[in-house]
Design a protein around this ligand. Structure first.
Ligand code: SAH
Length: 224
């Protein structure tokens, strides 16, 4: 059975990632390696390597593989770095990042999801991922600074509190916009200056908390 999953993953890499411009070999290898079928609800396992976001519990989603690869590529990651992810969800993206950097801190506002994800990642043997339960919309100062911050949830703004947690030279990738449509952007810090790159138009579930939306917005997006 494991070979069958591996073949499906390789096909995902060859058909969904390479043709769309994911060319970083380390990222392709990470996505070919992380068992996405173990991060989705059991009933959806046969769709684990399809080209789409899938529902998790509590109205949340596991991102589309291409989006995870795109965010990883745009984060310009190096092996010695520490990354913060705001929105652990299933832990899938955290597992991909954990193959690319030396330490991942991932924070999730739903307690049940955070606990489940922590157990899943531990069982899969990921020792370089720390799962935190809490509101990460203003970052996680306790482990700052970070070389990279990934936000897989739509946010109306990026606060100074959050941006201040990046190292000089650090990168943040996030979907910024309203609840319906966002632009995936990268901000790279150069001292007190920020270089902004717009990547693509996307649709993510909302970031809810002090630095995002106070409550779930009326029109909730369905993943990306
Ligand atoms: N990276 C995840 C998918 C994330 S979906 C994966 O690979 O499965 C976005 C997640 O962000 C959801 O789980 C949602 O509960 C979480 N979230 C939303 N607002 C948050 C906040 N303020 N702090 C932490 N997590 C938040």
């Amino acid at each position: 059975m494991s070979d069958v999953w591996q073949q499906q993953r390789q096909r995902m890499v060859d058909e969904q990632l390479r043709p769309r411009g994911i060319h970083d070999q380390r990222i392709l290898a990470a996505l070919a390696n992380v068992p996405r079928h173990l991060f989705v609800p059991e009933a959806l396992q046969d769709q684990a390597y399809s080209d789409q976001a899938l529902p998790l519990t509590l109205g949340q989603t596991i991102s589309q593989p291409y989006i995870v690869a795109l965010m990883a590529q745009e984060l310009l990651l190096n092996p010695h770095e520490q990354l913060l992810e705001i929105g652990a969800g299933s832990g899938y993206a955290a597992a991909v990042f954990a193959e690319l950097v030396c330490k991942v801190v991932t924070i999730e506002r739903h307690q049940a999801l955070a606990q489940q994800t922590q157990v899943r990642l531990r069982n899969l043997g990921y020792v370089n991922i720390e799962v935190i339960w809490g509101d990460g919309s203003l970052g996680y100062p306790a482990a700052a600074p970070y070389h990279a911050i990934s936000i897989p949830a739509a946010t109306p703004q990026l606060t100074q509190t959050l941006l201040g947690q990046l190292h000089d030279g650090g990168r943040l990738v996030a979907p910024v916009g309203d609840a319906q449509d966002q632009q995936l952007i990268r901000l790279q810090r150069h001292g007190q200056n920020w270089q902004k790159t717009t990547i693509s138009n996307v649709r993510f579930v909302p970031l809810i908390g002090a630095g995002g939306w106070e409550h779930a917005p009326e029109t909730t997006a369905e993943g990306e």
